[in-house]
Design a protein around this ligand. Structure first.
Ligand SMILES: [Fe+2]
Length: 391
């Protein structure tokens, strides 16, 4: 903790209002009224629209007498053009408030629309770090998955285009919504594969937030319970999707993990995941899971006391052990949960060949600057070593 005391300050960001609980989605209409919205653009994807998952939101707006139009063109790994398309609709329909409902992609597009709507002609003008200079259009975000904090973070993750998968993010405090709503009932219909992969994102993110070099009392207070709850309830939510207790605690895991990483950061698991995600068409959560035990093993010497805490939070008994022995148990904890969930941590099982590894390391080097708070320093050789261990 000495680095905290010795002269860094920390920033804690969150929406001004988070509404959490069963049936919380019904409060959307009242929240729109309170924010002064008169016409809403709902941003979502066509699968959720067809499955009627957004019904509580639509009904709540109707009860409150708020007209709305729907943009349902969101795709996974959204290319920037979707934000421009949805913003065109927002402008043409003369909307004044955005409601995003869905997984991380829908929430990213909704955040993107709100920032672009008041700042620029096209999304490319506001991509990058704090490029937006004006307050965004007001927005309310509802997550329907267990992904870490898409509904409350200042990050908008987009890809350049459908063909060019390079990351094109917006980082802006204006992307944080006025209201984030987490209603576990919206997550019940998620299939096991999506439950698994989004839940893994939250668990991995909470671990990375706790061990990061800039972890601090504000992030710890959310990261610790997120690791505990995620370890306990992810297998249950995956195995029995209708278990409302598991859904409730996985939603809490997602929210806490999101707050934790915004206050702290993510590290090498995230950094190395993007190259394998696009090379082998793996979801974000699965790419993280494949790398998790290998990165943890590599990172251990950089912050053994924090990894020992991770082990304890994952239910391991660390009493009487040396610090390194205790830290090592965190790696075992990660392996165990992934084994329970049937997730292979071998790149070869996803179609990788050994000859791919230098290219993966090379690609990762392009964005490694964003992950400077990883508990252990990285260079190309070390990154290649982690991919080799994961191969
Ligand atoms: Fe993530």
């Amino acid at each position: 903790m000495s680095e905290i005391i010795e002269g860094k300050s920390y920033v804690f960001l969150s929406p001004s209002k988070i509404i959490f609980g069963m049936g919380a989605a019904k409060s959307v209409g009242d929240e729109v009224k309170r924010l002064g919205g008169s016409k809403v653009l709902i941003v979502t994807d066509s699968i959720l629209l067809k499955a009627d998952v957004i019904r509580p939101v639509v009904e709540s707006l109707e009860t409150a007498g708020i007209p709305h139009v729907i943009y349902d063109g969101v795709e996974p790994d959204p290319p920037t053009e979707l934000v421009d398309e949805a913003t065109d609709k927002y402008r043409k329909e003369r909307c004044d408030l955005v409601v995003g409902i869905g997984g991380a992609s829908s929430l990213d597009v909704a955040k993107g629309v709100s920032v672009v709507a008041t700042n620029s002609e096209k999304v490319m003008d506001v991509c990058g770090f704090e490029q937006a200079t004006k307050r965004a259009a007001p927005k309310i975000l509802l997550s329907t998955t267990h992904t870490a904090g898409g509904e409350l973070s200042p990050y908008v993750i987009m890809h350049m285009s459908r063909e060019d998968h390079s990351l094109m993010p917006i980082v802006s405090e204006y992307a944080i919504p006025e209201v984030a709503i987490m209603d576990p009932l919206l997550t019940v219909s998620m299939p096991p594969s999506v439950t698994l992969e989004t839940g893994l994102d939250s668990l991995v993110t909470a671990i990375e937030a706790l061990v990061a070099a800039n972890a601090n009392p504000f992030s710890d207070v959310f990261a610790e319970p997120a690791i505990k709850m995620g370890t306990e309830y992810l297998p249950v939510a995956w195995a029995k999707g209708s278990n409302l207790t598991a859904r409730y605690f996985m939603c809490l895991t997602a929210t806490f993990s999101g707050i934790a990483f915004v206050a702290s950061s993510v590290g090498a698991v995230h950094a190395l995941s993007y190259a394998i995600g696009s090379a082998y068409h793996l979801s974000h959560g699965r790419s993280l899971a494949v790398l998790l035990p290998h990165v943890m093993k590599f990172n251990l010497p950089g912050n053994p006391s924090r990894y020992a805490r991770v082990a304890a939070l994952m239910g391991k008994s660390i009493e009487g052990l040396s610090l390194m022995e205790a830290a090592q148990l965190a790696v075992e904890g990660a392996k165990e949960i992934l084994q329970t969930l049937g997730v292979s941590t071998r790149l070869r099982d996803y179609g990788a060949s050994e000859g791919d590894l230098p290219r993966l390391a090379d690609e990762t080097m392009e964005t490694i600057g964003f992950f400077g708070y990883n508990p252990r320093d990285l260079d190309e050789e070390k990154i290649r070593g982690i991919y080799q261990a994961a191969y």
